[in-house]
Write a protein that binds this ligand. Structure first.
Ligand SMILES: Nc1ncnc2c1ncn2[C@@H]1O[C@H](COP(=O)(O)OP(=O)(O)OP(=O)(O)O)[C@@H](O)[C@H]1O
Length: 228
């Protein structure tokens, strides 16, 4: 599903963020990406949704090589990918419903179908009753659930998450994790960068540890392995 071959990333200012990474992630896996601050986790994640382009190497996702793809094709590639962030990134002037509908491919979709799909994902994240609310009227955990609904509305094969619980209290973080697990159980591959030791050590999954831009560990049902 996701294959990285000899991937390197040097930023324009000369910082070498990723130094020769090889990794294979198969369909349906749930993978945590851990490592010290500045180790290269975000860069690794950003290259997966082509926010950053590798300096060298190949990144093949759903048979497309993100290292070679033309700029104008990036939106097509992203359609089969959902992304969620630490700071949710909802559109403040749109309601919960509209935030999700806005992300949908609406070409040739009837209004009834759009409504069905949006309400269906809002049900998965248990927010049907808040469809008319605006982001500032709901809690941080609810905002992240809207972001998840938006990320999965096009039924992507891969969901990429960069510290999705970073701004949330422990209880709310667990709610988010249970929703991500349900989505993973439906077959979506999930790659999640995190600093949350408790979650990684409790909800055991594959752990890829990055240190100084290299894979330091790659373990099935691994542990967090750092103090924080
Ligand atoms: N846009 C950028 N331009 C230049 N250097 C960058 C850029 N983004 C990140 N870096 C540098 O690349 C290295 C890896 O950063 P990255 O954000 O990938 O680490 P991280 O593991 O996600 O860190 P954290 O856990 O603190 O979020 C760091 O030295 C960082 O300063």
């Amino acid at each position: 599903m996701i294959h990285m071959k000899d991937v390197w990333k040097t930023y324009p200012n000369g910082v070498m963020a990723i130094n020769g990474i090889n990794i294979d992630i198969e369909k349906g896996e749930f993978v945590y990406v851990v490592g010290p601050s500045g180790a290269g986790k975000s860069t690794f994640i950003k290259m997966m949704y082509r926010e950053e382009k590798p300096t060298r190497g190949d990144i093949i996702i759903n048979r497309n090589n993100l290292a070679k793809v033309k700029e104008r094709h990036i939106p097509y590639i992203r359609r089969n990918m959902g992304v969620i962030f630490q700071d949710f990134k909802l559109l403040p002037n749109l309601s919960v419903y509209e935030n999700v509908a806005f992300a949908m491919e609406v070409i040739e979709e009837s209004k009834t179908n759009i409504r069905k799909k949006v309400m269906n994902v809002l049900e998965i994240v248990r927010l049907k009753n808040k469809a008319r609310f605006f982001p500032h009227e709901i809690s941080g955990g609810e905002q992240q659930r809207v972001a998840i609904a938006r990320a999965i509305v096009n039924n992507p094969a891969v969901l990429i998450a960069d510290e999705p619980t970073g701004n949330l209290d422990p209880e709310t973080s667990w709610e988010i994790m249970h929703i991500l697990e349900e989505i993973n159980d439906r077959g979506t591959t999930i790659v999640m960068a995190t600093h949350n030791k408790e979650i990684v050590n409790t909800l055991r999954k594959r752990v890829i540890a990055i240190e100084e831009g290299r894979i330091a560990r790659d373990e099935q049902k691994g542990d967090y392995g750092y103090e924080r």
